[in-house]
Design a protein around this ligand. Sequence first.
Ligand code: KG4
Ligand code: ZN
Length: 339
Amino acid sequence: MENTKNNSHKNILGIESSCDDTSAAILSNGKIYSNVVASQKVHEEFGGVVPEWASRKHQQNIIPTVKYALNKANLKLNEIDAIACTQGPGLMGSLLVGHTFVKGLSMSLGVPFVNVNHLDAHVLAHFIDGEIPTLPFLCLLVSGGHTQIVLVKENYQMEILGKTIDDAAGEAFDKAGKMLGLSYPSGPVIDKLAQKGNLNAFEFNTPNVDKLDYSFSGLKTSILYFLQKEMKQNPNFINQHLNDLCASIQHTIVSYLLLKLKKAIIETGVKSIGIAGGVAANSSLRDSLLKLAEDTGAEAYIPKFEYCTDNAAMIAFAGKIKLEQKQFGTLTDVCYTRK
Ligand code: KG4
Ligand code: ZN
């Protein structure tokens, strides 16, 4: 790749470290050349992300991850023209590792950096490459920390139409998995086990929440009480019905997610729909989105798998938009844990 240092911001380094994945990506002339993710296995045995461990691992991983991303893109550090970094929301210790690293790198290389909102980046993952949604676009953003229905308008202006009032959809998968004795993160495990289960075997309640908002904490309680009751009569209940339990829980979460998305399609009249965030990797959610699109005459968009879970390609892409708008970061900018 040629050295483009003096020609606008052609080579952008993206950095993501909001939770438990350290990621670096290179976006060059609008194209992703590398998107490297270092995941942290250390959290598995704790059944959830341990913030202190996450920060320590980011510290160990960030330099090798950036070096690997540069190597894969065949680029040297001094060929970077700008840096994009997640500013929030996320875990403060995790964010600080990436953000402070980026501020230092920006100073030493003499190139600008931009702050990126992690949630905006998940939605913008749709526009990186492949089939790009037409605007306006309705995006169901479902991750471990967030569940939102976002309306993307012209110039990528975003409006949140609905959101969870308590737990996120990914959290519902992870907490249900924990009750079933599955490893963390449980979303992908439930997805796999559900494939051999009956989705109508058991029924769980999802609460009626106003407008386009969601609530997942009631579902967690409903699963807990159900399992406690069944296990009292049969201590082997979970083992004997694991596939059916996974299929029924997954079906409940996915149907609830799409019920509100359908409501949003009807209310806004927008016929371009999609999913983003880690839970967008769920096979049932993907299939059900296509079915919903067919039923409502909408066009469905799903980003590449590697752009669904936490990654720096989406940060570099969202950063490119901010660079074009000249929204540069400054050394006094601070990270935030909530939007
Ligand atoms: O977006 P993400 O990688 O990180 C956050 O920003 O939170 O999302 C992680 C979440 C976890 O809760 C994980 O269980 C869930 O995404 N997840 C899935 C699947 N793959 C990841 N949930 C259901 N089915 C999957 N296949
Ligand atoms: Zn995320």
